[in-house]
Design a protein. Structure first.
Length: 287
């Protein structure tokens, strides 16, 4: 195993960063390439990109193994389940006197009808921090998708500020109070934002520390979509990824850009596989 792998660079971060190549501004915002193997056929398995490590053995991990520190599961999962979309969540207190802005990478869209989104928060209700506390009290928020153009500002929203200290000020982002169904502000700099209402939530009990609540899954229903004009098609059905330029979350303090894509049509059983006859001609699984 690669025992030298670290999630974050050692030493002073700014010193480490200074030795790295500059951000490639000239890189195309988004382009399509061929797949790794355009001639791939059904039943073929791995493509021909590389065979490095293909036959190496795997290591099985019991997440509840005696003596295994509970943070290991966290660092393992965030380094493997990548890239993850990021929700920059705007909330407000019940009395409307304080606001909060925080990024979450335990996030995704769960279904489209109704439009339901899921955000995972690493705390129980009793120990709720700003976002969860506000969500449970006001039952509303705005989800903003993070783009390259304000990744540093969005990251600043993760500051461990005391309750009531406004992350908007730390980030320098612009609160836009033009939402139609919620009182929270959306991020003006965001290409895509969603007004959302709390649908339900569930707390999770810790396996490492029985009796304690270790996390909360929050389900939100989208009530309005905000899309920057130049990123939206005429039918209002597609967001242009070359304008959105979304950032993804990796392990540790790492993020990823999204500037290259491939397209692979979804296969049809009858037309592409050849129906039952074609299916029966595919190679059998090897034990």
């Amino acid at each position: 195993m690669a025992n030298t792998i670290k999630l974050s660079p050692p030493g002073d971060f700014k010193t480490v960063e200074a030795a790295r190549p500059a951000w490639e501004i000239a890189t195309p915002s988004f382009q399509y390439t061929k797949t790794a193997n355009p001639d791939w056929g059904y039943g073929q398995g791995r493509n021909n990109l590389t065979d490095d490590g293909a036959n190496r053995p795997h290591v099985v991990i019991d997440p509840y193994e005696e003596g295994r520190p509970w943070p290991y599961n966290y660092t393992l999962l965030i380094s493997a389940i990548t890239p993850r979309p990021i929700a920059l969540v705007s909330t407000r207190s019940a009395d409307c006197k304080t606001t909060n802005l925080a990024p979450f990478s335990y996030f995704n869209v769960a279904t489209h009808d109704p439009p339901i989104f899921m955000i995972g928060i690493a705390s129980g209700v009793a120990n709720a921090k700003d976002t969860l506390k506000n969500l449970l009290e006001t039952k509303e928020c705005v989800i903003n998708i993070i783009s390259e153009t304000y990744i540093e500002a969005a990251n600043a929203g993760s500051v461990d500020a005391p309750f009531g200290k406004d992350e908007w000020r730390v980030s320098g982002l612009t609160p836009e109070y033009s939402c139609e169904t919620v009182k929270c502000a959306r991020v003006k700099e965001s290409v895509f934002s969603v007004e959302a209402k709390l649908e339900s939530f569930r707390e999770w009990e810790s396996r490492a520390n029985p009796g304690q609540k270790s996390g909360t899954s929050v389900f939100l229903e989208g009530t309005r979509f905000w899309v920057r004009e130049d990123a939206l098609n005429e039918e209002k059905s597609i967001v242009d990824i070359s304008v959105l330029r979304p950032m993804g979350r990796l392990g540790g303090i790492s993020y990823s850009r999204t500037n290259t894509g491939i397209e692979i049509p979804r296969p049809k059983f009858k037309e592409d596989i050849g129906g039952e006859e074609g299916f029966n001609q595919l190679p059998s699984h090897k034990s």
